[in-house]
Design a protein around this ligand. Structure first.
Ligand code: UDP
Length: 244
């Protein structure tokens, strides 16, 4: 599979449909602890100074470019990616296929009650999809939660603890988790539950979802300051001719 490096993170260059068929392929499922990550520029920036986060991303079966900044970054580096694959878009296409096969998901993350609502809405929207289990994202005892996940025997685990917590959580616990496939999906449960709205489609198409989120949650400004740093670093790399 073609990979494209952006500041030390190797992204798979795939369309959403290709990413879904790769994720649901036998090759990925054969590796019992396979997981998928969707880093945005903020996470790529963090990974530069956090070796464990970098290792967690490198251990993922698929690294999908969520966030328009990654697409621009790859373009500036002269190695464009095939396209943006949003975590939510990717997961929804997976649900369609899993639902058709009567398969099940485990929803982990978000505030108490949110995953329940998300699960009810997903089960209605994707007829046939089974909700094998649910747990909120505010727990202290990993082993109890891992025990619940393993007992639920789900086909697909969604880990929605926010980045980089979710990537580190799955990386540290992957040997204990018995699920064929997992994906780190940030605030996706809030979107499916309806507690957080996604940007209007026109803004999504323009790649301005981040601006919508910033307007809705101005406290994200601190986190978002890594975006200009990321872009300056990318431009610096291009000018020096070395991607690292
Ligand atoms: N969250 C969680 N446990 C935590 C911290 C956060 O379950 O200890 C949840 C939070 O409730 C929200 C999601 O993780 O549902 C983070 O959403 P956000 O949009 O901030 O994540 P991002 O996609 O930016 O990483």
């Amino acid at each position: 599979m073609e990979k494209i490096g952006v500041l030390g993170v190797e992204f798979n260059s795939l369309t959403t449909a290709q990413a879904v068929s790769a994720a649901l392929s036998k090759d990925v499922a054969a590796d019992n602890s396979a997981f998928i990550v969707t880093p945005n520029p903020e996470i790529v920036w963090l990974a530069r100074s956090d070796p464990e986060l970098k290792a967690a991303i490198a251990a993922a079966a698929l690294v999908l470019p969520d966030g328009i900044g990654i697409i621009y970054g790859a373009r500036i580096l002269g190695t464009p990616l095939r396209g943006r694959v949003t975590g939510i878009g990717f997961a929804e296409e997976c649900f369609e296929q899993l639902a058709a096969q009567g398969k099940s998901v485990f929803l982990l993350g978000a505030k108490p009650g949110v995953a329940e609502t998300a699960g009810e809405k997903l089960a209605k929207r994707f007829r046939g999809l089974k909700i094998a289990g649910i747990h909120d994202g505010y727990f202290t005892d990993d082993d109890t939660v891992i025990g619940e996940i393993n007992a639920a025997n789900a086909d697909f685990l969604l880990v929605c603890l926010g980045a980089p917590k979710q990537e580190l959580w799955i990386y540290r616990n992957r040997a204990k988790l018995k699920v064929p496939l997992a994906a780190c999906l940030g605030g996706a449960l809030d979107v499916w539950a309806g507690t957080v709205k996604r940007a209007p489609r026109a803004l999504q198409r323009l790649g301005l979802e981040w601006l919508y989120r910033l307007i809705k949650e101005p406290k994200r400004i601190g986190r978002m300051m890594s975006l200009p740093k990321f872009l300056f670093a990318v431009i610096g790399v291009r000018l020096r001719g070395k991607n690292g």
